[in-house]
Each structure stands twice: as C-alpha cells, then as structure tokens.
Design a protein around this ligand. Structure first.
Ligand SMILES: CC(C)(COP(=O)(O)OP(=O)(O)OC[C@H]1O[C@@H](n2cnc3c(N)ncnc32)[C@H](O)[C@@H]1OP(=O)(O)O)[C@@H](O)C(=O)NCCC(=O)NCCS
Length: 181
C-alpha cells in the first residue's frame, strides 16, 4: 500500500512521512539492529536480526505492492527516525476486518510527539482502507508505548503471562490492546 508523501511541523522540526524505497533495505536492517538493542520491549535482540539486503528489499516491495499492509517511514529534518506499519489479516474472511499495528523509533527520537503523529496517520490510513479494528501487543513495563496507545484510543483487553523470557532469566507479560476504527 502506498501513501502520498506528507510533511508536518513538530516543535519546529520538519517531519516527513512516506513509504520505504527498495534501495533503503540496508538502512532498515541497520535500524532494526539498533532499535532492538536499545530496548527490551521489541520482539527480539539485535543478534537475531539476520535479514539479507535481498530479503529486506522483498519485504519493502511486499508492503508497497500489497493492498493489505502499509509501512510508513518517518524522517525528522531529513534523518531517518523510525517506522510504523499495519498488516491486515488475510487468512479467513471472518478476520479480514482486523489490522495489526507495529511501531518503533530510534531512542533519540522518542518522547517528542513523533510516535503520536505517526500512529494517528497509520490509524487514519487503516480506517480509510475499511479496517474496523486495530490491534497490537506490547511488553508489560513499556510505559511510554502504553501511554501512546491509550492516548490514541486503544484499550487493554488481555494479557499473556510470561510471554517474554530474557537472558537474565526474568519474564515479562504481553499486553493486548484494541481500538475500534
Ligand atoms: C513507543 C514509542 C513508539 C512512543 O512514541 P514516542 O514518540 O516516544 O511517544 P510520544 O512522544 O508521541 O508520546 C506519546 C505519549 O506518551 C507520553 N510519554 C512520553 N514519554 C513518556 C514516558 N517516558 N513515560 C510515560 N509516558 C510518556 C506522552 O506524554 C504522550 O502522551 P500524551 O499524548 O497523553 O501527552 C517510542 O517511544 C518507541 O519507538 N520506543 C522504542 C520501541 C518501542 O517500544 N516500540 C513499541 C513496541 S510495542
């Protein structure tokens, strides 16, 4: 799915939202390795990010060419800051009204309102595509993400206890949140 490139002003900085280009595959791999190392709240550690440039190019193209998923990159004053995405369920017709959401920024761009701006745009696009419900999971303890999701209308609807096990032997729950579109 493609969006029209859009610019916003965020506290005096220019934010650009647009689709990814296939020639940005290496940039996205480097980003994933960095953001997964900056927080324990993402799905894996940096050593588990093993995509090749070709795989990442295919990933970008699959998002751009699909009618069911959207990947949006954010740039602040020309610097890549992170991305957000949604993916509609395609398995069964009964699930086709649901879209799963993801977002991650480099730490240096967090806490400035960018996540909220991106999330609003993403939800707007998902609603425009006809999705009726947005869903996501976050790791218990990710206060900023929880606050962001609450502030754009998500509500907690369940938990998976001990969904994440860390190398130090500790666990963290996954929290499910949902929002009608
Ligand atoms: C989670 C994430 C997307 C949030 O985006 P962000 O740009 O940092 O958040 P924003 O600045 O837009 O703030 C969103 C809300 O959280 C609040 N907030 C900001 N920093 C906070 C903090 N440290 N603790 C609690 N709330 C905080 C803001 O006040 C705002 O709420 P409000 O609109 O009611 O004032 C971003 O921090 C991030 O990518 N983190 C690393 C990866 C990650 O955790 N991804 C999510 C996985 S589920």
């Amino acid at each position: 799915m493609r969006i029209k490139e859009e610019k916003y002003n965020l506290n005096g900085k220019e934010v650009l939202l647009r689709n990814a280009r296939p020639d940005e595959a290496q940039m996205l791999i480097d980003y994933l390795k960095t953001v997964t190392g900056e927080t324990r709240f993402l799905m894996c550690g940096p050593e588990e990010v093993q995509y090749t440039v070709e795989q990442e190019e295919d990933f970008i193209k699959s998002y751009n060419d699909s009618e069911h998923k959207l990947l949006i990159l954010a740039f602040i004053d020309g610097e890549y800051a992170g991305n957000c995405s949604f993916q509609g369920r395609t398995g069964n017709r009964r699930e086709a009204h649901r879209a799963g959401i993801g977002i991650a920024l480099f730490q240096k761009y967090t806490g400035q309102g960018l996540g909220k701006l991106m999330m609003r745009k993403l939800l707007e696009e998902a609603a425009a595509k006809g999705y009726e419900q947005a869903e996501l999971t976050l790791v218990d303890g990710n206060t900023r993400a929880y606050r962001l999701y609450e502030s754009v209308g998500f509500q907690e609807c369940g938990r998976i206890p001990r969904a994440n096990k860390y190398e130090d032997g500790t666990y963290a729950d996954d929290i499910w949140m949902v929002r009608k579109l």
